[in-house]
Design a protein around this ligand. Structure first.
Ligand code: V47
Length: 380
């Protein structure tokens, strides 16, 4: 029987050659090598290398989930400059759902295959802690088979501030888990580097706080994701530093399921206005999106999935990203509001048929999964 030849990656960049050898030998690359990946002009070789790594890790499968986005409120006083979603009380476009509004919202968007409710919202200054527990418990009991994947680490941090006496991260997460929480989304990470975070998310949970929330979640066996907001005022070193901190935590806990780069949406937010005044308000380019995903796939050698988030980089670009290290395209989503508040040009949701076609046409096998990556249906 013929033995399949090992994959090759041919590069015209001499700086890339030793890294290719190392990665193909299954070895971890260091920070300087990660920067070489970011800086290489041989982007086709970089993408091919990421594709080989992806193939070794997950084979031909590409995953998606029937997910509903829920933001129970957009009331928020944190003032992140990249955000077009937050509103103050009394402003146009503000919403603030009571529990009955939440049930009605999910009823409206319910679908027989709905698997995941993904919740991210504002830091509401007045809602009481019990409301959040009732929300998770109510969704879990009312919508059978639906897994609640809720609140970013930034919101978990906020919850510790509204409780009296003040609960710890562990106590907040334990109570949410008891109420039915199954997983946590990766939002609120932005960029960890202090000089950037101070500029775009000054009053938000610190980088150390974000990582500590996720460490605690993992210790409590709550799997989580991690995101990175890129394409604004950060440098490439800041992106790699961000991934490096996630890789280190994952070495300790193994609790991250996926990493999701979030392409900055430059409309209707204060950062966009600031960049506009400097003549620098730009959307990420297709090349940067793919390069960034490929670097993530290679550098984050201990994270199972890299997600191409079609809401922010378009379905077309997401399809291409399946050849650049991506193994997950998120899902149906239905009613995305955070990116769209900042000008995302995509639809607010996609159908299963559309996602299956997108994946199949890229030569991959679509797999419908649940929030924890258990396979529900393979479209072979
Ligand atoms: O926390 C806000 C970011 C996040 C903008 O875990 C922006 O599976 C770009 O976390 N441009 C919410 N990004 C989205 C999120 C997410 C998305 C997909 C999958 C998962 C997951 C999580 O969006 C926020 C913030 O980091 N964000 N404003 C903007 N203008």
């Amino acid at each position: 029987m013929a033995v399949a030849a090992p994959p090759t990656v041919v590069t015209r960049d001499p700086a890339l050659e030793p890294i290719v050898d190392k990665v193909l030998a299954g070895q971890r690359i260091d920070f300087a090598e990660g920067m070489t990946l970011y800086r290489t002009r041989d982007v086709p070789a970089l993408l091919r290398l990421a594709d080989v790594v992806r193939e070794r890790k997950v084979g031909p499968k590409a995953y998606f989930v029937h997910s509903l986005r829920l933001s129970q409120t957009n009331v928020c006083y944190v003032g992140c400059t990249f955000c077009g979603f937050a509103r103050r009380f009394g402003e146009d476009g503000v919403w603030d759902y009571d529990l009955d509004d939440v049930w009605a919202y999910v009823d409206t968007h319910h679908h027989p295959d709905l698997t995941e409710i993904h919740i991210a919202s504002g830091h509401h200054p007045k809602r009481e802690w019990q409301y959040y527990l009732d929300l998770v418990q109510g969704l879990t009991s009312r919508f059978e088979g639906v897994q609640v994947k809720a609140w970013t680490a930034a919101e978990i941090h906020h919850f510790t501030k509204i409780t009296r006496p003040r609960l710890t991260y562990r106590e907040v997460l334990s109570e949410l888990k008891q109420a039915g929480l199954k997983a946590m989304p990766g939002g609120g990470a932005e960029i960890f580097a202090e000089h950037v975070r101070r500029r775009i998310a000054r009053a938000k949970v610190t980088a150390e706080g974000w990582l500590e929330v996720h460490r605690t979640a993992h210790e409590l066996e709550i799997p989580t994701n991690a995101t990175m907001l890129y394409g604004h005022v950060e440098a490439l070193e800041d992106r790699l530093d961000h991934m490096d901190r996630i890789r280190s935590l994952q070495d300790e806990t193994h609790g991250f399921l996926s990493f999701i780069p979030l392409a900055y949406q430059p409309d209707n937010n204060p950062l966009a206005a600031e960049l506009e005044s400097l003549g620098k308000r730009v959307h990420t380019t297709g090349l940067d999106d793919l390069r960034n995903l490929a670097v993530a796939r290679i550098y984050l050698d201990n994270v199972p999935h890299i997600k191409g988030y079609w809401i922010m980089i378009t379905p077309e670009q997401t399809q291409l990203s399946l050849a650049a290290g991506v193994s997950d395209v998120d899902g149906t989503i239905k009613d995305e509001r955070i990116a769209h508040a900042s000008g995302a040009v995509t639809e607010a949701g996609m159908t299963e048929d559309e996602l299956v076609r997108l994946i199949k046409d890229a030569g991959r096998v679509p797999v419908r999964r649940d929030a924890l990556y258990a396979e529900r249906k393979v479209f072979s």
